[in-house]
Design a binder for this molecule. Structure first.
Ligand SMILES: *Cc1c(COP(=O)(O)O)cnc(C)c1O
Length: 363
């Protein structure tokens, strides 16, 4: 239980994180009585006329919201984004081949570690030397690489790719766990996109995977049934029991995204939220944003204090105002405010007003 003094909570958690209120309400209702059937969503079979339309709608909504062409298949899989760190190379990279990876932080490094289990890895670009406070600008990708992997938003470092390496000359794979559905990209230019649902599109327990089916079937290792994307495609993302409830919550969230006007409408809002927070940070000498201006994430805003001794005092004030989840990741320290789709600009304003008050008192 998170204790707050205020009854209204402003949830800046990095993940699992804030979801729309109406999604919580509909999901709770479905636990008690799903679609007026007298049954809970938790006690129905997945291969039934009750659940099949849920999976179908979730897949169609992703296609529609991301404007995917027919080569791109939409899957909802178990195991979180971390499973994709190994499932991608297992399906795409032969043992004697090379995959290109960009090293932009904690998450990219974990993906690299797994890829090395399956083949060779070349680092196409890295910002490790500068503590991952920026995104690499000039990449070197071998034309023979099986693919290039990027992490479009580094949730811990607070960086985000603004210009995608669409012209890298090899298939493009992206971990979009923390900025999926937050901005418009040319999604058909990616060959694999994966994202754990718990940051921007639902509850923990399910992973969105978009696959261009034309890049599959090129590795010669045997792939366990459950890890072979082709089997999931063939079975319509129902190879085995899917995480039924998590898929349902993702479907509700996708419906909500559509109702807001789709990804483009959310992008506008997300830009406005990020601009408000970064402008405030830049204007107050007490606070110090960590990331290079041009690479700042609109989803995860990382900052510290000029005088670290003041950090605890500000955290306590946040708590009093009902602001939760702003303590920085243990590896970076300071603060991190996550501004996912469902976080309102009013919540950001509560935070920025508090920052201004605090800066006035200390300045
Ligand atoms: C959270 C996160 C992950 C890990 O997701 P799990 O679902 O916990 O495996 C991977 N990549 C990025 C960018 C993330 O933000």
């Amino acid at each position: 239980m998170i204790e707050t003094v205020k009854s209204v909570v402003h949830n800046f958690n990095a993940g699992p994180s804030v979801l729309p209120r109406e999604v919580f309400e509909e999901a709770s209702q479905a636990v008690l009585d799903f679609n007026h059937t007298g049954l809970s969503i938790l006690e129905i079979g997945h291969r039934t006329s009750l659940f099949e339309p849920v999976m179908a709608e979730a897949r169609v909504l992703v296609k529609e919201l991301m404007q995917l062409d027919d080569d791109h298949e939409v899957l909802f899989l178990h195991g979180g984004a971390t499973t994709q760190f190994m499932q991608v190379p297992m399906n795409l990279l032969n043992e004697n081949e090379l995959a290109a990876y960009t090293d932009t932080g904690t998450w990219a490094s974990k993906a690299i570690k797994e890829a090395k289990l399956f083949g060779h890895v070349e680092i196409a670009g890295s910002t490790k030397e500068t503590q991952y406070t920026s995104i690499p600008k000039n990449l070197t990708v071998s034309p023979t690489a099986a693919y290039l992997h990027i992490t479009t938003n580094e949730t811990i470092a607070g960086t985000q790719w603004k210009k995608m390496p669409y012209d890298c000359g090899v298939p493009l794979v992206a971990d979009m766990s923390s900025d999926i559905l937050s901005r418009v990209l040319d999604f058909n230019k990616f060959d694999i996109i994966y994202a754990g649902a718990q940051k921007n599109m639902g509850a923990a327990g399910v992973n969105l995977v978009v696959v261009n089916k034309n890049i599959l079937g090129k590795v010669n290792r045997p792939i366990p049934t459950i890890l072979d994307y082709r089997n999931h495609i063939k079975e319509g993302s129902m190879l085995n029991t899917p995480p039924v409830f998590a898929v349902y919550v993702a479907m509700l969230t996708l419906r909500w995204v559509k109702k807001q006007g789709g990804v483009a409408a959310l992008e506008k809002l997300n830009d406005a939220k990020a601009e408000l927070l970064y402008t405030t940070l830049d204007g107050l000498p007490v606070f110090k944003p960590v990331v290079a201006k041009e690479d700042r994430s609109t989803m995860n805003v990382v900052f510290v204090m000029e005088d670290p001794a003041l950090e605890k005092e500000f955290l306590d004030l946040c708590k009093q105002e009902g602001i939760v989840g702003v303590k920085g990741h243990r590896s970076v320290g300071g603060f991190r405010a996550s501004l996912y789709n469902a976080l309102t600009i009013d919540s950001v304003r509560v935070l920025t007003d508090l920052m201004k008050d605090f800066a006035n008192k200390k300045g």
